[in-house]
Design a binder for this molecule. Structure first.
Ligand code: SF4
Length: 445
C-alpha cells in the first residue's frame, strides 16, 4: 500500500507532514512520489490564501474522478476553517486535525468513522474542546525530509487574533510543547549531524505563556537549548516571533550561546499605527522601534528579516508612506512583502478590499526597491571578507554549491574537491548582490 502527501503552505505544515508520514509508514504504507501510484492520498491544507484552498478542491476533484476506476482513500488535514470542515468531509473520506494523528491508523482501518464536523462559525475553539496536541502528536518521531536542516515544533496555535489571519480559528489557541520533549528532539538531531534546526510556532516567543502551560518562558527554553548544544556544529533559529513578546531576555540569551544563530525575524506588517490597530497587532511603531534598537545593541551582527503587508484594507497613501519610511529606518536584510488579499475566515475578510490591485503592485514594487537597496548595503560590507557558510545543497547553476551564512544570506560557491553539502566552510566573498552573495571556499571548518 502506498501513500502520497501534498503539503501546502508554511513550514509548520511541512513539519506536520513529517509526523503524518511516520504514522502512515508505521501503519504499513510506503511513500510514493507520484500521486497516480498511491492508494492513500492526503493534502495538508492551508487556509492562508485562496490559492491554497482552490488547490485543495482541485486535488480532491481529480482524486475523486480516479475513485471510479480503482480503490482509493483520501484525507485532508492541516489548517481548516470550522465552516469548511463539512464541505471538505463531503469530498474527502477522512478529515482529521493534527491533534488526532495518533488515532489515524484506526480511522483508516474503520474507513468512514471520522470525527464529527463542528458546525461552528469562526470563533476560537474553547479550551479542552479538541484532543490535546500534547498527548500524542508531538511524540511522533518525524520522517525528516532533509538530512541537513530540520524543523522542531515548539508550540501550536495562536492567541493573538490579528485581523488578517485565520490561524487562531484553524489551529486553535496556543499550546506549548513540553520543553523536555523539545530538548530531547534537538539533542537527537544534533547527534544525527543536523546543521540547522528551526524552532517552529505561530508565535514562538510567547512560548510558555498560554493558559494551560506550566512551561518555562521562551528565553529559558533557548538558554537550555544553548546549553544542550554547547560546542556542537549547528545553528539554531526560530520563527515566527511576535514583536510584542520580544524582550531583551531573549536577545541576551542568543548573544551568550554561539549555537543560537544571529538572525532575527521580526514581522512589522505595517509602519503606520492606525493600520497596526486595525490589524490588531497590539504594538505601535514606537514599540517596534524599541525592539529593533535592542536587536542592534545586543546582537550587532544579527541580520534582520521582516514580513510586510501592502494594500491592507483601507490603507491610504500616507499610511503606506509610513511603512516605506519604517523600511528605510530599520534597514532590513530581507523582507517578505505580500499584497493584501482577504483570507477566508479572518476578521478583515468582512471589510472592503478597497486598495486597487494595480496600486498594491506599485506599493510592493516601491518596498522591494527599498529592500534591495538596504540589503545590498549590508552585503557590500561583506565584499572581500571571509564568512562562515553552511553548504546546504547544489545550486541550479551546474558546478556550484548553494549555502547560507549564519544570518541566512544565500551564497553561491563553485564546487570544490573534498567538500559536500552539510559541511561548514570558510569562504571568501567575491561578489555581492542585493539578496545574495558569491564566494569561494577557502577551507573546511
Ligand atoms: S500572530 Fe497574528 S499573524 Fe501570527 S499566527 Fe497569530 S494571528 Fe496569525
Amino acid at each position: 500500500m502506498r501513500y502520497h502527501l501534498v503539503p501546502l503552505g508554511c513550514q509548520m505544515n511541512q513539519s506536520d507532514a513529517e509526523r503524518i508520514m511516520t504514522v502512515l509508514e508505521e501503519a504499513g504504507y510506503s511513500r510514493c512520489d507520484r500521486e497516480e501510484d498511491a492508494d492513500l492520498l492526503g493534502v495538508i491544507s492551508c487556509s492562508v490564501r485562496q490559492r491554497a484552498i482552490d488547490k485543495v478542491y482541485s486535488k480532491i476533484h481529480l482524486w475523486n474522478t480516479w475513485k471510479a476506476k480503482r480503490p482509493l482513500l483520501t484525507f485532508v488535514s492541516g489548517c481548516i476553517l470550522p465552516e469548511d470542515r463539512e464541505k471538505l468531509l463531503k469530498r474527502f473520506d477522512l478529515l482529521f486535525s493534527i491533534n488526532e494523528l495518533p488515532q489515524v491508523p484506526e480511522m483508516i482501518r474503520q474507513y468512514g468513522v471520522v470525527t464529527p464536523p463542528p458546525a461552528a462559525p469562526p470563533t476560537p475553539p474553547p479550551l479542552g474542546d479538541t484532543p490535546d496536541i500534547r498527548e500524542g502528536f508531538w511524540q511522533v518521531t518525524p520522517s525528516y525530509t532533509s538530512t541537513i536542516e530540520a524543523y522542531v515544533p515548539i508550540q501550536n496555535g495562536c492567541d493573538k487574533f490579528c485581523t488578517f489571519c485565520a490561524v487562531p480559528y484553524t489551529r486553535g489557541r496556543e499550546v506549548s510543547r513540553p520543553s523536555g520533549e523539545i530538548i530531547a528532539e534537538v539533542r537527537r538531531l544534533v547527534e544525527s549531524g543536523y546543521r540547522t534546526i528551526t524552532l517552529l510556532g505561530q508565535n514562538v516567543n510567547s512560548y510558555g505563556l498560554d493558559q494551560r502551560s506550566e512551561e518555562v518562558r521562551f528565553s529559558e527554553l533557548l538558554r537550555r537549548i544553548g546549553e544542550e548544544t554547547r560546542g556542537a556544529d549547528v545553528w539554531i533559529y526560530f520563527t515566527s516571533p511576535h514583536p510584542r513578546d520580544m524582550g531583551d531576555d531573549v536577545l541576551e540569551v542568543i548573544a551568550r550561546y554561539p549555537t543560537l544563530a544571529n538572525q532575527i525575524h521580526l514581522p512589522i506588517q505595517s509602519g503606520d499605527d492606525k493600520v497596526l490597530i486595525r490589524m490588531n497587532r497590539n504594538y505601535r511603531l514606537s514599540g517596534y522601534r524599541r525592539v529593533v534598537e535592542s536587536v542592534r545593541r545586543i546582537l550587532p551582527e544579527a541580520t534582520l528579516f521582516t514580513d510586510i503587508i501592502v494594500g491592507f484594507t483601507g490603507e491610504t497613501e500616507e499610511q503606506f508612506q509610513h511603512t516605506r519610511e519604517a523600511m528605510e529606518e530599520f534597514r532590513y536584510n530581507m523582507a517578505y512583502i505580500a499584497q493584501y488579499s482577504p483570507r477566508p475566515g479572518a476578521a478583515s475578510a468582512r471589510w472592503a478590499d478597497d486598495v486597487p490591485q494595480e496600486e498594491k503592485r506599485r506599493r510592493l514594487h516601491v518596498l522591494t526597491e527599498v529592500l534591495e537597496r538596504t540589503a545590498l548595503d549590508h552585503n557590500s560590507r561583506l565584499a572581500g571578507t571571509e564568512v562562515t557558510v553552511l553548504l546546504d545543497g547544489y545550486d541550479r547553476k551546474p558546478g556550484f554549491f548553494s549555502g547560507k551564512t549564519e544570518g541566512r544570506t544565500p551564497v553561491r560557491l563553485p564546487v570544490a574537491d573534498g567538500y559536500h553539502p552539510g559541511m561548514f566552510v570558510r569562504a571568501a566573498v567575491t561578489d555581492v548582490r542585493p539578496l545574495s552573495i558569491a564566494a569561494t571556499i577557502r577551507s573546511a571548518l
